[in-house]
Ligand binder design. Structure first.
Ligand code: NDP
Ligand code: BG6
Length: 524
């Protein structure tokens, strides 16, 4: 660690001007600025950098800074770093940090906004010596992405000068959702590529910025003992759970049109699947890593409409239709579960079960790698839940870590066994404040120019190719018909109660093959 607490093996990014579009919004106040603030307090940002917020709201620099300070106080990770005297206190850092923040008011489709922005960027480049390094961040609703990209191109703010020297770079971070199906994602990729080269584009999926998600790769490829087991010979199946205890909150307008498949399966869940299933990359760099992830996505067998009826489950929390902004007869799923198959040598015949929903019993994200049971049961086991097979759980959140479940002998006479756990928890090992927020990592990587933890154009399109047939089957079968649902394409949309783990059909999906959902880290 440096005197300011910065970890020395991570390069400090070059001086940069960060331009956030939609900077009056929730993401900027709750995530982006608190993340930059923490990076600043930790001494990870360059000595010269600037942030320009662009939006239509009536802020000036001072009121913008006051609005952002409230977000920092509520959400920044290192707001009270008194426990570490090497780290500057947030209050002491605020005047310096605030002086980096600027506001530029304008309409997103007005060329004058970009002329004025270009002038401001030039002034900051000169005054702040940011060497013409520019990072744009699209934090607006997605329908504005093409508008802003086109305007940036028209204003020639897309240029890199000179390219490939690492100085004078221009990059653009694009938030999710990236399209709402394959055609719209392709169209958006085309629009972006008319203005920016793919090497300039950073499509964010904040799950990839989570420390425990990156640790999946370290666990698999930094240890020799697990990889030999990581295949169809030893793994029975894999489960990935992204459970949320909150409902749609203030985002009903977006969510009712999107639903759970587009909101979290196309991105977060499929990203978790690729990291669990991929082959070891030849090196840890953006190309090698993303090439391997793409191979997994190519190997996932898209579900046929008849399979969508039997290999997926969908639900809606009972009070969803009462949420402000939700259509009274909405058939949008707030819960989904599915079985996917990865058709390659490593995973042939090993089902990957994915589930996610809102207003469930708890917020918990876990990956379970369920190993096969022993071929011949020598010892009697405690309980009556069938053969106890070993499993490994990656606890992505909230209690970040991992657990390995195995059998041990019950003390005393006889040879009865019981399942016990061996666990590792980041908090116990490294301290509660050690885990950075995902946006800290991702903003830093984009400034450094490391796209490893961002989605490439082909990853996005392949993910939609997996999700679209399911969504289409559900949409076709989504309207109630006499006697129920169009059972040939869609499972019934079942209501579930707040605090449940989803609808009963999700349990039946696994029960078909004698399996059940499990959580290895979550403790009620
Ligand atoms: P907001 O809805 O808060 O919108 C951001 C800003 O965009 C608003 O403050 C507003 O600024 C402008 N805006 C909103 N609606 C319109 C409109 N119809 N026309 C023109 N301008 C509009 O979004 P968030 O900050 O929550 O999210 C930004 C992006 O990040 C979205 O794409 C979202 O999906 C994504 N995202 C957000 C997450 C979060 O936690 N918030 C998590 C993951 C992704 P003004 O009126 O001042 O111009
Ligand atoms: C976002 C989804 O991408 O991820 C939200 O749009 C969801 O609906 C959120 O709540 C979950 O993220 P996290 O980090 O809280 O698990």
């Amino acid at each position: 660690m440096s005197e300011t607490g910065a970890v020395m093996d991570v390069p400090v990014p070059p001086p940069t001007t960060i331009v956030i579009f939609g900077a009056s919004g929730d993401l900027t106040q709750r995530k982006l600025i608190p993340a930059l603030h923490t990076l600043d307090v930790e001494g990870r940002l360059p000595p010269k950098y600037a942030v320009i917020g662009v939006a239509r709201s009536a802020f000036d620099d001072e009121s913008f800074r006051a609005h952002l300070r409230a977000g920092v106080q509520e959400h920044a990770r290192l707001i009270h770093p008194a426990s570490d005297p090497r780290i500057e206190s947030a209050d002491a850092a605020w005047p310096r940090f605030a002086s980096r923040l600027h506001y530029s008011r304008g309409d997103y489709d007005d060329p004058a906004t970009y002329r004025s922005l270009a002038r401001q960027m030039l002034e900051l480049d000169e005054a702040c010596e940011t060497c013409g390094n520019h990072l744009f961040y699209l934090a607006t609703p997605p329908q504005l992405y093409p508008v802003i990209v086109a305007q940036l191109g028209a204003a020639r703010l897309n240029r890199q000068d000179p390219p490939a020297t690492g100085q004078g770079f221009t990059r653009i971070i694009i938030e999710k959702p990236f399209g709402d199906d394959l055609p719209s994602a392709r169209a958006l990729n085309d629009q972006v590529h008319q203005v920016f080269d793919e090497s300039q584009v950073y499509r964010i999926d904040h799950y990839l910025g989570k420390e425990t998600v990156q640790n999946i790769m370290v666990f698999r490829f930094g240890n020799a003992i697990f990889e030999p087991l990581w295949n169809r010979n030893y793994v029975d199946h894999v489960q990935i759970t992204v459970a949320e205890s909150v409902g749609v909150e203030q985002r009903a307008g977006y969510y009712d049109a999107a639903g759970v498949l587009r909101d979290v399966f196309q991105n977060h869940l499929l990203q978790l699947l690729t990291l669990t299933a991929m082959e070891p990359p030849a090196a840890f760099n953006a190309k090698a890593l993303r090439d391997e992830k793409v191979k997994v996505l190519q190997a996932i067998r898209p579900l046929r409409p008849d399979e969508a009826a039997t290999q997926t489950a969908r639900g809606q929390y009972r009070t969803y239709r009462d949420e402000p902004g939700v259509k009274p007869n909405s058939t949008t799923a707030t819960y989904a579960a599915m079985r996917l198959n990865v058709d390659n040598w490593r995973w042939q015949g090993v089902p990957f079960y994915l589930r996610s929903g809102k207003l469930l019993s708890a917020k918990v994200t876990e990956i379970i790698v369920q190993f096969r049971a022993v071929p011949h049961q020598l010892f009697p086991q405690e309980g009556d839940q069938g053969p106890h097979a070993n499993f490994l759980s990656f606890c992505i959140q909230p209690d970040e870590g991992m657990n390995l479940r195995f059998e041990t002998k019950l003390p005393g006479a006889g040879m009865r066994t019981r399942s016990v756990e061996m666990g590792f928890h980041f908090g116990e090992e490294f301290g509660a404040a050690a885990l950075p927020d995902a946006y800290e990592r991702l903003l830093l990587d984009a400034m450094i120019g490391d796209a490893s933890l961002f989605a490439r154009a082909d990853e996005i399109e392949l993910s939609w190719q997996i999700i679209d047939p399911i969504q289409a089957a559900w949409d076709r079968g989504g309207e109630p018909i006499a006697g129920g649902w169009r059972a040939e394409t869609a499972p019934p949309l079942e209501f579930y109660e707040k605090g449940a783990w989803g609808p009963p059909s999700a349990d039946r999906l696994l029960a078909q093959s004698g399996r059940r959902w499990r959580l290895g880290c979550y403790r009620p």
